[in-house]
Ligand binder design. Structure first.
Ligand SMILES: [Zn+2]
Length: 115
């Protein structure tokens, strides 16, 4: 459970507030004077989230397996194409299949060659 620290805008004392979840709205109240003029301080509590959690929350596409990284691994080339065909319950067309296989062998399609 995260703990946030708030500094009272009235008496300057710091209060710790337990928060049910990171997304919950917090109604902080000064432990010393009861004021609700509380200003949140940067938490000194150890991070409870991993980078992956944060990326997931931000909705970063392909977090944990970024597309640009996929191309550094030849085995990943064409994976999304295969996946797309799988999703539609179709077989990968022979022509596409060969292109993917060739790319995985290091023969990346090079349109300049055809000019
Ligand atoms: Zn106060």
């Amino acid at each position: 459970m995260p703990i946030y620290e708030y500094r009272c805008g009235k008496c300057e004392h710091v209060s710790s507030v337990f928060v049910r979840s990171a997304h919950a709205e917090v109604k902080a109240r000064c432990e010393h004077c009861g004021s609700t003029r509380m200003k949140r301080l940067m938490s000194r509590v150890a991070r409870t989230k991993t980078d992956q959690d944060v990326l997931d929350e931000l909705g970063v596409p392909g977090a944990g397996g970024r597309p640009e990284d996929a191309y550094k691994d030849p085995r990943q080339i064409g994976r999304w194409v295969e996946k797309r065909f799988e999703d539609y319950g179709m077989d990968v067309p022979e022509e596409t299949r060969q292109m993917i296989d060739a790319a995985r062998d290091g023969e990346l399609p090079d349109p300049i060659k055809d000019l």
